[in-house]
Design a protein around this ligand. Sequence first.
Ligand code: RB5
Length: 147
Amino acid sequence: MMKVFLGSDHGGFELKRRVLEHLKSQGYETEDLGCVDTSSCDYPVYGRKVAEQVVKNPGTRGIVVCGSGVGISIAANKIKGSRCVLANSVELARLGRSHNGANVLAMGERTKFIDAPIKIVDEFLKVEEDKDERHQRRRNLLNELGS
Ligand code: RB5
């Protein structure tokens, strides 16, 4: 079963906890890279940790959560080889995987969701990259940019 690295700041801690429980119940191998409680902390630390592990371990995925999802997704996208999609819907999770080849999913615990976060997670982990030439070409261009 695929391994999933998780990370959040205090603003995403509770949603990360729910996602972790769900993934364990589905049989995924998981590793929570922090934070460990709701004390105030810094999202770039955790976005970076998760993205670095995903890049080091091909075939794994990452899920990162902060209050808005924005800060931690920016952090994850700065790590070479990490491609993070910020999604509040199943549609964005699917497109982020199939077109863009995202290997990290970001969500914002304090934001409005179009679909339930667990459904977004399931879609992100299920969908494969679209092998169509035009999507491969665009993903290769992203690789040239560093991610
Ligand atoms: C923390 O208060 C908050 O700024 C953070 O979780 C996130 O929303 C940043 O983008």
